[in-house]
Each structure stands twice: as C-alpha cells, then as structure tokens.
Design a protein around this ligand. Structure first.
Ligand SMILES: [Zn+2]
Length: 283
C-alpha cells in the first residue's frame, strides 16, 4: 500500500485518485462503496482509506490466479472480452470485474445465510455487462453451479489453447515462435519496469498494468512456446537444445515470479532468439 499512497499533495492528487480507482476495480464494483472511498481519498484521509482497503481486499495471490487462469478475459461462455481496454496507450482502462459467485451479503445474488467470501474459489472474472447480467437477473436464472461451470470451462479453454501443432519444417516452427516472442517483446518494452514510461513516470499506474499484462500476454505466450519446443523437438538441431532449455527455464521462472516474488529468475536468453532467427531465416 505504501507505494500507492505516498504523501498527498495537490499536484499528485489526480494521479493518485486514478491509482485509487484502479485499485477499487480490484476490490469492489458497488458504486456507493467506490464513490465513498474516492471521496475519502480526495479528502486526503489516507489512513482510513488504507484500513478500509485492508478490511475489503481480495488477496493478491487470488487476484493473480483469477486473472492468470482466465487469461484476462471475461469467463461467460462465448464472450471472451478482454478485461483491460487500451483506449489510452498510457493509462489503459481495467474493465474486468471480479464478481462473487455467492454474494458477500446473505440477501445478495445467490446469497447464503453465512455469506460468500473473497477467495479465488468464490470469484469469477467477468466483463461489466455479464457481471451486471448475473447479479440483476431474477433468482434462479444464474445459480452458483452454472457460474462455477462457466469458470471451469473458460479456464479449460485457456489451457487447451496452449496445445501446439506439429510443424512441417523448422522454418514454420520458428516463424510461429517468432510471432509470440515479438508480442512479448512489445509488451515488455511498452509496459515493463525498464520501459521509458515506467522510468519517466514512476507514479503512473503502469506497474498494475504490467502485472496484468504479464499474466494475460507474456505467461500464456511463453507456455505456448514451451509446448511448441516440446512437440517439435525433431525439428531442432541437437546443438540448439541448450538454448531451448534456457528458454524453458526462463519461462518457468518468469511465471513463478508472477505469483510469488523469487530471486534469480533467469533473464530472457538471447541465444534462443538468435536460434529462432536463424531457423526463420531472419538474419
Ligand atoms: Zn462478458
């Protein structure tokens, strides 16, 4: 919390309120709560705001699990809307909502006497339209079993999308890998900790966006590449195996580090990129 709430002053106020709104997207979608919290923030009573967050917050690991396993997309069957909209390149809008399957209040949607909790198991990532739809529909239209099925099916669909094809030759394999590497590189250089924006505007909301972009773009792309390597080993020259092994280690370390901060994650191996360029005949 300390990073998000450095000492308030007028010049920082707008940016901080934006950061607060971003955090609120992860915590509550009730407009009354949101407006109340923003009001407190504007009145600069930071301590009370922090303590309110602490009492409401979904744990960081559950947020990451929810966004990562859903690949940052709405989980309602057939929707797949991206939950981060890049309407503004510098300050993208997070539209995804972490909806409760069983409402926290006993009389809320799908409520039970003891109320639902804030755990990953009781949350589903949805776009605002589908969140409203399930919460406003008459009782019984969207029972909790149906919503759990949506979530399970969506996460399976995300997992299955990693299944790699067998390529006919090493050039086709390398071009497919190159495409994913290029997407990752562009995400990293635009939103990563070493991007110009991150260095020039340390108070921007880029850190939150980077956290989400890693989970919804880089981690899934890395998994796809690892699958491609495993399923197309016969196309890879034996002298290039160590470059591939380094990439696999990097991908595994990077993913682990997204959930639990770990030291010594191997950096992206340049050997692997050179090998792919050679196979794709890009020199
Ligand atoms: Zn949706």
């Amino acid at each position: 919390m300390e990073d998000v709430f450095p000492s308030f002053n007028e010049s920082r106020n707008v940016r901080l309120v934006n950061n607060i709104k971003l955090l609120l997207d992860n915590i509550t979608d009730c407009m009354l709560c949101r407006n109340y919290l923003i009001l407190i923030a504007k009145k600069k009573t930071v301590q009370s705001l922090v303590s309110t967050f602490k009492s409401m917050a979904i744990s960081e690991i559950d947020i990451k699990k929810l966004w990562g396993l859903a690949a940052g997309r709405c989980s309602k069957p057939g929707c797949m809307v991206e939950c981060v909209k890049f309407l503004d390149a510098i300050n993208p809008t997070i539209i995804g909502e972490m909806a409760h399957v069983i409402a926290k209040k006993p009389n809320g949607p799908r409520g039970i006497p003891e109320g639902g909790d804030d755990s990953y198991e009781n949350l589903i990532l949805l776009c605002p339209t589908h969140h409203t739809e399930i919460d406003k529909a008459p009782d019984g239209v969207f029972p909790s079993e149906v919503i759990h099925e949506w979530k399970h099916a969506h996460e399976e669909q995300v997992k299955n999308s990693f299944r790699s094809p067998h390529f006919a030759n090493c050039e086709d394999f390398a071009i497919a890998v190159k495409r994913l590497l290029a997407k990752n590189k562009s995400t990293w250089s635009r939103y990563g900790p070493e991007s110009n924006e991150a260095i020039q505007n340390p108070l921007s909301n880029l850190h939150e966006i980077w956290t989400l972009r890693k989970l919804e773009t880089i981690v899934p792309n890395n998994r796809r590449i690892v699958q491609m390597i495993e399923r197309n080993q016969e196309l890879i020259d034996i002298k290039d195996y160590s470059a591939c092994a380094k990439f696999v280690e990097h991908a595994e370390g990077f993913e682990r580090n997204c959930y639990v901060r770990t030291e010594g994650v191997p950096r992206f191996p340049i050997d692997f990129e050179r090998m792919i360029d050679r196979y794709a005949q890009i020199q």
